[in-house]
Structure formats: structure tokens, C-alpha cells
Design a protein around this ligand. Structure first.
Ligand code: ZN
Length: 291
């Protein structure tokens, strides 16, 4: 990766030792800035990961409401009918088991058959596009999508990302004001690769994990998640981008992660539907041995 990064650097490349001399203050400053911020760590639900978040939880809802209004402006909303009721039902069932503090759950169905998407903003403001409904296929499939999106909000991934950006802007701005142009470029490329992308992938995997447990706790068969992501990746042309440069986990990683989590998710599902342990009925719509 290093070789590729340098290809785009200016022709006056710093020598190895000069590069190290330029980068050292940057690294020291980053470290100095990071240390006191360890106190700003919060714990994510379900996974228990220690996450850095500089913003108070109350800010999530404020930011979410502002963004929600902006995104919904000019969108055609579905205001009645069975699809709207379906989306609201899944939201209510998952929100009930998610139970974060200070959230105001709300979901809108946006009439846009070409948009295969859904999102949940900080604070619980969510939107589902009609384009994802055929991929979800049924209520359980929709619970996979909505569980994943709700997980991003509950784990406060949005404000976590903003906290990282704030920190990077401060640290890089201060350190690079005295550095050479070439070092600046290298540092920025490095930041993108080493910080931004891996964080994004980690957040995606975490949303998979939390979403799976939430859907199971809400009484939706978690095995449907495996099938849903298969359909989703088939839409994306067979998984195209390798996980290293993508913010989404590769299809293989996603499938193996889900497989690892499945026994725990099934135990949650059994509890939710009142089925004795190990006696969970086969997944609807999938013939035995097909999974
Ligand atoms: Zn996601």
C-alpha cells in the first residue's frame, strides 16, 4: 500500500530520515491529544466496545432531528397502506428491545423504488426507501435491514465518527502547519487508510452484530440475516470491492461473522418466541439442508 500511496506524492519526495523527522512531531502531537480523550470513552450496547465519543448523548437527537428534516425535504412519503404499517411495526418491535436512553423513535417510508436503502439517524429518526422492500422480501427480511440501521444509531456511530473527525482536524491542523507539503499529503492519505476506512468497516460489522441480536430479541428469526445479505450482495454484482478498501465487510467476512454469532442469536430468538432451547422451528421459506 505504501508504494501506491507514494505514487501520487509530489516529485520532491522527502528522504526516509527527513520523512521520519517530519512525521515524528505529528505522531507525538496525536498521542498527546489522544491521551486525555480516553476519558471520553463510552461503551456500546451488546458488544460492550469502548468507543470514543466527545459529544453528549443529548446531542445525538438534536443532530438527528436536524438531518432528518433536511433529508426528508422533497422526498415523496408513503402516508398510508400495508407497506407503511409493516415498516412501523418492525420499528416498534425492535425499538422496544433496543431501549437506549433519550431516543425518539420515528420511521418514514420514502416512495423511491430505485433506492435500495434505509438509514437511522442519531437519536432514532429512521427512513426506509420502498426500493429495499423487494430485497427484504418479508417482515423478517425487513427486520434485518432495520435492526442493522437501528444498531448504528444506538451504538452512536454517527457522533463517534464526528468525534474522530473533530480530533483529526485538530491534530492534523496543528501538526501539519509546519510540515512540508509532501508530508501533508502522505499523512492525509495515511489517515484515510489507517483511520477512516477501518473504523467504517468496524462500525458496519458492529451494526451487523447488534442488529442480529436485536432482531432475535424482537422475535424475528436471525437466520434470515444470512439470506438477506446474500440477496444484497448479489445486487452489488457479486461483492466487487475487497474489504480492505471498502467500508463494508466483504461478503465472506460478513457470512463468517454471522455464522459465529448465530448460536447466541438463536438462543435470544428462542427466548423471545417461547420455544424450548434447541427446538427452534426451521427458517420459513428455506428448505431443510438448503442453508
Ligand atoms: Zn451499515
Amino acid at each position: 500500500m505504501k508504494a501506491r500511496m507514494l505514487l501520487d506524492a509530489p516529485s520532491h519526495r522527502p528522504s526516509g530520515s527527513r520523512l521520519a523527522r517530519n512525521l515524528l512531531p505529528l505522531l507525538l502531537l496525536l498521542l498527546l491529544l489522544l491521551l486525555p480523550l480516553l476519558v471520553a470513552c463510552v461503551s456500546t450496547p451488546v458488544t460492550g466496545r469502548r468507543a470514543l465519543n466527545l459529544l453528549p448523548e443529548s446531542q445525538d437527537l438534536e443532530l438527528g432531528i436536524a438531518a432528518y428534516e433536511q433529508v426528508l425535504q422533497g422526498e415523496k412519503l408513503v402516508t398510508s397502506g400495508p407497506q407503511k404499517e409493516l415498516v412501523e411495526r418492525v420499528m416498534a418491535r425492535i425499538a422496544k428491545v433496543a431501549e437506549p436512553q433519550g431516543f425518539e423513535w420515528e420511521v418514514r417510508l420514502i416512495d423511491d423504488p430505485k433506492m435500495v436503502n434505509a438509514f437511522c439517524l442519531p437519536g432514532g429518526k429512521m427512513a426506509v426507501y420502498t426500493g429495499i422492500l423487494p430485497v427484504a422480501q418479508d417482515e423478517t427480511g425487513l427486520a434485518v435491514v432495520m435492526g442493522h440501521e437501528i444498531a448504528h444509531a444506538v451504538a452512536r456511530h454517527g457522533t463517534e465518527r464526528m468525534s474522530q473527525e473533530m480530533l483529526l482536524q485538530t491534530a492534523l491542523g496543528a501538526a501539519l502547519s509546519q510540515a512540508k507539503e509532501s508530508t501533508q499529503q502522505l499523512a492525509l492519505v495515511g489517515t484515510e487508510l489507517l483511520v477512516s476506512l477501518p473504523w467504517g468497516r468496524m462500525q458496519e460489522s458492529e451494526a451487523d452484530h447488534i442488529g442480529l441480536m436485536y432482531m432475535a430479541r424482537a422475535g424475528y428469526d436471525p437466520r434470515a440475516a444470512v439470506e438477506f445479505w446474500k440477496r444484497m450482495s448479489a445486487l452489488g454484482g457479486g461483492g466487487g470491492m475487497p474489504a480492505f478498501l471498502s467500508t463494508h465487510p466483504s461478503d465472506e467476512k460478513r457470512a463468517s461473522d454471522l455464522k459465529k454469532l448465530m448460536p447466541k442469536a438463536l438462543a435470544e430468538y428462542e427466548k423471545a418466541i417461547g420455544s424450548p432451547a434447541g427446538a427452534v422451528p426451521p427458517l420459513k421459506g428455506v428448505a431443510p439442508g438448503q442453508k
